[in-house]
Design a binder for this molecule. Structure first.
Ligand SMILES: Nc1ncnc2c1ncn2[C@@H]1O[C@H](COP(=O)(O)OP(=O)(O)OP(=O)(O)O)[C@@H](O)[C@H]1O
Ligand SMILES: [Mg+2]
Length: 223
């Protein structure tokens, strides 16, 4: 085990003509709460996608818990993500045909103890206030409820690294504070690293470390 949860060295990423990440150097110690801020379009979601291996960097290196992702096959990447990372997408990415409970259970599909997974999934949905919505499909849930299902799904596998893209963006202040509290509790319990993209400066103020992105670069170095 290493003390560095996430390390990026000279990471670049372009979409067509657009250079979205212009050489990112970043080192996140394990167990910290990191806030990523910056204007719309500055590259925050792309940074998370590259950091999690969902998108391949064009150049540079991404290391998760000391493991260099470059050269990993898709299958190896998927396995590493499944074991190590929880991801709350900006657009939720719930499976429309599955209930809230089955969406949360999806990442546990390959795990041994189905009953334990189900109990944890139900407990997480209760903790995000959706104990009464277990069998609703995403289309039957409000935006904020879908966001909370996505958060429960990201937590179900006890991730060592939790990446959350505006996880409170659709929530009222009180629900948002509850959800942030849950993310902090859940990650602190097992010493996990929490990285949140947020436009909420109150959330950013509570972080151990703030990263400000501007036009594909990190403004404030290693923070
Ligand atoms: N798959 C893609 N193909 C082409 N361009 C993309 C793609 N994904 C992102 N971009 C472009 O890359 C830039 C950075 O996008 P990104 O989603 O990382 O921004 P962001 O900082 O997360 O913004 P927001 O705060 O609005 O979510 C944007 O200009 C966007 O249009
Ligand atoms: Mg984004």
């Amino acid at each position: 085990m290493t003390d560095t949860a996430i390390q990026l060295q000279g990471v670049t990423k372009r979409y067509g003509e657009l250079q979205v990440l212009k050489g990112i150097d970043l080192s996140v110690p394990a167990g910290r709460f990191v806030a990523v801020i910056g204007k719309s379009g500055s590259g925050k979601s792309t940074l998370l996608a590259v950091m999690s291996g969902l998108e391949k960097a064009d150049g540079g290196d991404v290391l998760l818990a000391g493991e260099n992702l470059s050269g990993h096959s898709e299958a190896r990447m998927a396995e590493l993500r499944r074991r190590t990372i929880g991801f709350v997408f900006q657009s939720f990415n719930l499976i429309p045909s599955l209930s809230a409970l089955d969406n949360v259970l999806l990442p546990t599909f390959f795990d041994g103890d189905a009953a334990a997974s189900r109990a944890r999934a139900v407990s997480l949905l209760e903790q995000v206030g959706l104990g009464g919505r277990l069998h609703h499909r995403p289309s039957q849930l409000s935006g904020g409820e879908q966001q909370r299902v996505a958060i429960a799904r990201a937590l179900v596998g006890h991730p060592k690294i939790l990446l959350a893209d505006e996880p409170t963006g659709n929530l009222d202040a009180e629900t948002g504070a509850d959800v942030l509290g849950l993310l902090l509790d859940m990650t602190r319990i097992n010493g996990a690293t929490l990285l949140i993209v947020t436009h909420d400066l109150d959330i950013a103020a509570r972080a151990d470390m703030k990263i400000e992105m501007k036009d594909g670069r990190i403004l404030n170095g290693h923070a």
